[in-house]
Design a protein around this ligand. Structure first.
Ligand SMILES: NC(=O)c1ccc[n+]([C@@H]2O[C@H](COP(=O)([O-])OP(=O)(O)OC[C@H]3O[C@@H](n4cnc5c(N)ncnc54)[C@H](OP(=O)(O)O)[C@@H]3O)[C@@H](O)[C@H]2O)c1
Length: 301
């Protein structure tokens, strides 16, 4: 089979996608490609000016809305304001290897922005998501250790790449656990407007893509971990687009690039670390995430 490209995105007319962090990098590429396929996109960002610039370049309708994932009050305000159903939620926004700081709620910034904010957002929107939840992780999840009793690095020495890696492993634990909970909940009552029997949850990662976030870290360690030459953002966006639109993208999987060490290439289902499949840690992370955010999911464990 020839490699999957953006030209293979099935027609998306009538479908609504919510893309977090759509104002730059991969989120912007995903927005443009989805609109070119006929989709309607709700793009969230902190800097609405940048979001509007992406909307202006898109070939279809894009609503730009404010959302700060590092602030649970903003997540709640956004979720309350979103009344329409969403076919696909793409949890893409994230920060990468930033110096130590905390979110509005006192969470370490990576786990707060990359996991706890999206965890709260997904839980608050769950009854409005019809088709799937795609959570964006990173190959660097392999360096991470999720410590549900020390998510905020109060007992470990803070290292920004390890904090980033913990949050990206948390993304996978969350995506897989959400899929298990969807499975346990059984099929929802039939929705005449939905094309699928019920939502699925899966993960995707872009390999190494030359975005602002990726370029920001010019340290030796950053360049080493990023793994040399980065592919263009449009290529990095392909696994996210495949995960979000392909009929054969399965729940409980991760889509990544097919090249050496999953650093570049075209989308395929990829293996993730043994730790990412640890159901005990996934359940403990889930409980701690519900406690920290105050958002309780309707799906049982
Ligand atoms: N590029 C890569 O090589 C690579 C590799 C592996 C994984 N990833 C993952 O891909 C995703 C996108 O990254 P990118 O490379 O496209 O980076 P990027 O260009 O820096 O984009 C990140 C996006 O996240 C948004 N964001 C950051 N903090 C936020 C917050 N507190 N609330 C809401 N939105 C926030 C940013 O919007 P603002 O304008 O509001 O800052 C921006 O739109 C991330 O989850 C990242 O971990 C990227």
């Amino acid at each position: 089979m020839p490699p999957w490209t953006a030209a293979d995105i099935p027609p998306q007319r009538g479908r609504v996608f919510l893309v977090t962090g759509g104002s730059s990098g991969l989120g912007a590429e995903v927005t443009l490609a989805l609109c070119a396929a006929g989709a309607e996109v709700i793009l969230t960002c902190r800097d609405e000016e940048r979001g509007r610039a992406v909307a202006a370049a898109a070939q279809g309708p894009v609503q730009v809305r404010h959302l700060d994932l590092a602030d649970l009050a903003s997540v709640r305000t956004f979720a309350e304001g979103l009344t329409e159903p969403v076919d696909v939620l793409i949890n893409n926004a994230g920060v990468m290897a930033v110096p130590h700081s905390v979110t509005a709620d006192g969470f370490e910034r990576h786990i707060g922005t990359n996991h706890l904010g999206p965890f709260a957002l997904t839980g608050l929107l769950l009854d409005r998501v019809r088709d799937r939840v795609v959570t964006v992780t990173s190959g660097l999840h392999r360096l991470g250790r999720v410590r549900p009793d020390d998510l905020h690095f109060t007992r470990r020495r803070y290292q920004r790449w390890l904090a980033y890696a913990q949050s990206k492993l948390a993304n996978l634990l969350f995506a897989y656990e959400l899929e298990r909970r969807f499975d346990n909940a059984g099929p929802p009552p039939p929705d005449p407007e939905s094309r699928t029997p019920g939502p699925i949850s899966l993960a995707a990662h872009p390999g190494v893509a030359a975005t602002e976030g990726q370029r920001r870290d010019t340290s030796f360690q950053g360049r080493l971990l990023a793994g040399g030459r980065a592919q263009p953002p449009a290529m990095g966006a392909l696994p996210l687009l495949y995960a979000a639109t392909a009929a054969d993208a399965a729940g409980g999987t991760c889509i990544g690039p097919d090249g050496l060490f999953q650093r570049n290439g075209h989308p395929e289902t990829v293996a993730t670390s043994v730790r990412s499949h640890d159901t005990k840690t996934a359940r403990r992370l889930w409980e701690e995430s519900e406690r920290a955010t105050g958002v309780r999911y309707p799906t049982g464990g």
